[in-house]
Design a protein around this ligand. Structure first.
Ligand SMILES: [Zn+2]
Ligand SMILES: [Zn+2]
Length: 235
């Protein structure tokens, strides 16, 4: 293929964020959007990544620590990430997975030196069929590509319960335990769970609890976004 044709083809590829021609870039979006997506880091709780006003654990992690040891996120669930995540999940914009994973790897790779595996949140086959893909799995696939750290489907989703939003906290916990189960005991020390958004952290906590019970020593969480104010109905 001649360079001229290559150039024409490149001009046809669109930036998944602004829908303008991608142009020459090593990123999964155009240079302009890439700059816009680099947000200043906030002070966050090291365990659950919620924004805090002082260095140290948030009140919730102090009183009821989750089973995961640490969390990193790119942003709050806010502009511009919130809109992009909605596009990613509900308009099936799979191309955004590469962009998010690229950003995650850029920002979190410093903390990855002894991570042995990325693990995604499983999705019931019916939900996956309806949505077209599992967003957590798509992020894992790209992160594995960038990092050479393998991804494994450690969990299976066995139950399709009612929407968790309809349940109270106790019912939700029971529903989650029924929903997710380990396929096999991982013989690993350090695992990172990958997800798009953490709200209450109930799902990630449920998975972490099972990993810890199976002997995993360190469980981390990498996210695109963290909801600033956890409401009690999310996952
Ligand atoms: Zn763009
Ligand atoms: Zn916290």
């Amino acid at each position: 293929m001649g360079p001229k044709i290559q150039k024409i083809l490149a001009s046809l590829v669109m930036c998944p964020v602004c829908m303008q021609p991608l142009g020459e870039t090593e990123h999964a979006c155009c240079q302009w959007c890439w700059q816009r997506l680099q947000l200043p880091q906030k002070t966050r709780c090291p365990q659950c990544a919620i924004e805090v006003t002082f260095d140290g654990l948030c009140g919730e992690c102090l009183s009821q620590p989750p089973y995961f040891d640490y969390s990193y996120c790119l942003s709050d669930f806010d502009w511009p990430y919130a809109a992009l995540i909605k596009k990613f999940k509900y308009q099936k914009q799979r191309s955004l997975a590469k962009l998010f994973a690229q950003q995650m790897w850029l920002q979190f790779s410093d903390y990855s030196y002894d991570v042995e595996q990325f693990v995604f949140v499983p999705m019931h086959w019916w939900k996956k069929h309806r949505r077209g893909f599992n967003q957590s799995q798509a992020l894992c696939q790209y992160l594995s590509q960038f990092s050479q750290i393998p991804t494994d489907a450690l969990f299976k989703s066995t139950f399709q319960t009612k929407s968790l939003a309809q349940l109270n906290a106790k019912q939700r916990q029971i529903a989650l335990i029924k929903r997710f189960s380990l396929r096999a005991k991982p013989k690993l020390k350090h695992i990172v769970l990958i997800d798009d958004v953490m709200t209450t952290g109930a799902t990630l906590n449920c998975l972490s609890k099972q990993l810890k019970a199976a002997g995993v020593q360190r469980v981390g969480v990498w996210l695109i976004a963290r909801t600033a104010k956890p409401n009690k109905t999310g996952t």
